[in-house]
Design a protein around this ligand. Sequence first.
Ligand code: 5GP
Length: 116
Amino acid sequence: MTEETIFSKIIRREIPADIVYEDESVVAFKDIHPKAPQHILIIPRKIIPTANEATENDEKMLGHLITIAAQIAKQNGFADDGYRLMINCNKHGGQEVYHLHLHLLGGKPIGPMVCG
Ligand code: 5GP
């Protein structure tokens, strides 16, 4: 489960995506099927299939995903109103793309956490 996904093609710009931020360790782009007015995915350049494969060596980069999400929310004017950050893991978590990613959802009240 360490093979490339569609997200590697987005990182290499082999397929189009609305990239809103990138640096040496992470890339952020708009979700193709937004679940909120603002729905951005922040992903590591390194392929980590799920949160289960994250290691101690990844901790700095994983923290960076959060600070970049907050930066994007501030730059787009929805940080003060608030947003949700979410990482899905494996089948029960509803993960579809096996390249770890942080969802940034905002632009309206996101509502309560829903299970089931
Ligand atoms: P997951 O369910 O794995 O946490 O979320 C995967 C997300 O990736 C979904 O919200 C889905 O809409 C988004 N996604 C899947 N394929 C593409 C794509 O080719 N381009 C973009 N921009 N988003 C994608």
